[in-house]
Design a protein around this ligand. Structure first.
Ligand code: ZN
Length: 133
C-alpha cells in the first residue's frame, strides 16, 4: 500500500461542513461530487499530499446516514492508495481480511475502490483506491 490518499469524514450537512473545513484547513474545497451508487455527496479538500473527503448522505437509509445516526459525525474511513487494486485485494483476501466488494467499484474522484470489513481491521473501515486510467 502507498500513502494515505484521503480520510473520509461523515457529516450531516455539507452546507455547514464545507465552510468549516475551509477554515480549519485554510484550503478551498476543490471539488464536490455525488456518487449515486453510494447515495452520497462528497466534498474534497487538499491537506499537503493527503485529501479530506467529506461525505453527506443523500438518502435517509444510506450507509452514511446510518453511520451518522449510530455514531454521530466523525471519521468514517481511511483510504490508502494502491498501484494495482486487484492484486492488493487478492493479497489481503489471502491474508484473511474480509473485503466488502468482490470487484473494484467506481468511487468519487475518478477512483476504483474497495472497502475492507471493519471487523477484520480493528474497527477501522479501510478503503483501497486506485486512480482510474
Ligand atoms: Zn473515500
Amino acid at each position: 500500500m502507498q500513502k494515505v490518499e484521503h480520510i473520509g469524514i461523515a457529516v450531516k450537512d455539507l452546507t455547514n461542513s464545507i465552510p468549516l473545513f475551509e477554515k480549519l484547513l485554510n484550503s478551498t474545497c476543490y471539488k464536490t461530487e455525488s456518487v449515486e451508487s453510494e447515495q452520497v455527496s462528497t466534498a474534497f479538500f487538499r491537506s499537503g499530499s493527503t485529501k479530506i473527503e467529506l461525505l453527506e448522505s443523500t438518502d435517509p437509509d444510506g450507509v452514511i446516514a446510518k453511520f451518522v445516526n449510530k455514531k454521530g459525525e466523525g471519521i468514517h474511513h481511511i483510504a490508502f492508495e494502491v498501484d494495482d487494486i486487484e492484486q492488493e485485494m487478492e493479497r489481503l483476501r489471502n491474508e484473511g481480511f474480509v473485503l466488502l466488494n468482490e470487484t473494484p467499484k467506481p468511487g468519487a474522484d475518478n477512483k476504483l475502490v474497495c472497502f475492507l470489513h471493519p471487523k477484520t481491521t480493528n474497527g477501522v473501515l479501510i478503503e483501497l483506491c486506485m486512480e482510474r486510467k
